[in-house]
Design a protein around this ligand. Structure first.
Ligand code: ADP
Ligand code: ASP
Ligand code: MG
Length: 451
């Protein structure tokens, strides 16, 4: 099916009526059939995360729900068609009433299934309001419950999408709706086989949009956010960061994997499968252009960008038995696999192995728990270090690059580099630094590699 665009708007792009109106103007200017995928207005999902955790007292629950209500009603109050605004206000109040009941039950005891229904509220409210903002610009639009097509397993908080089922349902239910109007749907959320709401992980709206673009065999996927494209590094770290006009799928995927928050790590997988070009731009300044991500690009520089992933843990296991022995690593990895822990970087020496883990404190599933350490200690000595950041220099042909010492490491001579991984990939060189040095390391490295 040709001539369909999928446009995703992130949290800051839909945070106010003015912001939503700018996004609606981007959609109005299009000549293609368009599916819009929205995030929750900025701040809402963080409030929902606190409601999804046990322990909030009634007062805290009610203040948090009030904070959400304020964000959403600030947008609704600015709608000009009052009848429609009132109807949407009623629908939002229904969602908030349901949220109140769910939050009360969650505060007593954590329930993963209920938590996902709580987290999903932001996107549900956002899509209702966004469709009306489009209508007010004379763009016929309707909101659509993505759970009718976004089928997942029941792994709450990081549900896995059933790509084939989504493709089939999207073609039969969603695609025909696009002929007459813009359809506005929710990112981040899905539904399992039991009919329960699921979520795809924080920042998952980018991924939802990519899955829907794949299912529609869209002509292109647009990710509208708060910066003018993908930069050489996070522009919040250094003002020297520059937007990259064109980048390959592989390079951009590598950036996302290594923590560049601009794209959810899985976003490019569906786009690559169907070779759908992706555009990343700022909804605040669409005229300034952005980044085109596509299969082949004109230049493949040795150094393309620097990504930073915080909250990394380093686990070092040491066993004299490893000397000339076989099977030790298999035992270590079987313990990690049992606990569903995935290793990022790894270095080995004669009798020790050091491994890094993404270990954000906000993500219960990723933690190196006491239990994991105890099981590893049955095999070997174990030491665990926290408070580290992973810096990834991303580019092309890095495994064969010369003068790495003078290009990279000489410039960050003053910092302790805790671990280095180089050689396995042509597209990255990664190392760990103490969290407190991370911004300085990235800034200094950026100055030398990109100025
Ligand atoms: P959205 O809510 O639109 O999904 P996010 O906050 O998830 O937006 O992602 C946009 C943010 O990603 C930017 O504000 C920026 O700080 C951060 N970011 C990290 N790395 C990069 C990069 N290489 N290029 C651009 N932005 C980046
Ligand atoms: N609203 C969700 C979050 O903040 C999903 C997203 O914005 O991509 O994580
Ligand atoms: Mg995001």
């Amino acid at each position: 099916m040709a001539n369909i665009a999928v446009a995703k708007f992130g949290g800051t792009s839909v945070a106010t009526h003015q912001a939503m109106s700018r996004c609606a103007a981007i959609i109005k200017a299009k000549s293609t059939r368009t599916l819009v995928v929205v995030s929750a207005p900025a701040g809402v999902t963080n409030h929902l995360v606190s409601l999804s955790q046990p322990g909030l007292d009634l007062q805290e629950q009610s203040e948090t729900i009030q904070a959400i209500r304020t964000i959403v009603f600030n947008i609704i109050d600015d709608l000009s068609q009052r009848d429609a605004a009132e109807q949407i206000g009623d629908q939002v109040e229904n969602i908030l009433a349901d949220l109140t009941v769910r939050a009360a039950s969650q505060s007593l005891q954590f329930d993963a299934q209920n938590a996902d229904s709580i987290l999903a509220c932001g996107e549900q409210m956002s899509s209702l309001v966004f469709a009306q903002v489009l209508n007010e610009l004379d763009v016929p639009a309707q909101s659509f419950d993505v759970r009718r097509v976004m089928k997942t397993n029941s792994l709450y908080s990081k549900a896995v999408v059933d790509i084939e089922q989504v493709a089939q349902l999207t073609q039969s239910i969603l695609a025909p709706l696009l002929d007459n109007q813009v359809v506005v749907t929710q990112g981040f959320i899905g539904q399992d086989g039991l009919g329960n709401t699921t979520t795809l992980g924080r920042g998952g709206s980018d991924y939802s949009a990519a899955i829907l673009a794949e299912a529609l065999v869209a002509e292109n996927l647009e990710i509208w956010t708060d910066v003018e494209g993908i930069f050489t590094t996070d522009p919040r770290i250094t003002a020297q960061a520059k937007s990259i006009p064109e980048i390959s799928f592989g390079e951009a995927a590598e950036m996302a994997t290594f923590g560049a928050k601009i794209l959810h790590p899985a976003t490019l997988i569906p786009a690559m499968r169907k070779n759908i070009p992706v555009f990343v731009g700022s909804s605040k300044a669409p005229e300034k252009g952005g980044t085109r991500i596509q299969q082949s690009v004109e230049s493949s520089p040795t150094y393309r960008s620097i990504a930073l992933r915080r909250e990394q843990s380093l686990v070092t296991v040491r066993s004299p038995e490893m000397l000339h022995a076989s099977g030790f690593l298999a035992k270590v990895f079987s313990i990690l696999a049992k606990h569903e822990l995935s290793v990022d970087l790894i270095t080995t020496s004669e009798i020790s192995v050091a491994m890094t883990f993404d270990n954000p404190t906000s993500n219960a599933q990723a933690l190196i728990t006491h239990e994991v350490v105890k099981e590893l200690e049955q095999l070997c000595e174990v030491s665990v270090e926290h408070g580290l950041s992973l810096v990834a220099v991303i580019g092309n042909g890095l495994h064969a690059a010369k003068a790495l010492g003078s290009s990279i490491f000489e410039k960050i001579n003053d910092f302790n580099i805790r671990l280095i991984c180089h050689g396995a990939s042509a597209n990255n060189i990664c190392f760990l630094v103490p969290e407190s040095d991370a911004n300085s390391v990235v800034s200094q490295l950026h100055n030398t590699l990109f100025d």
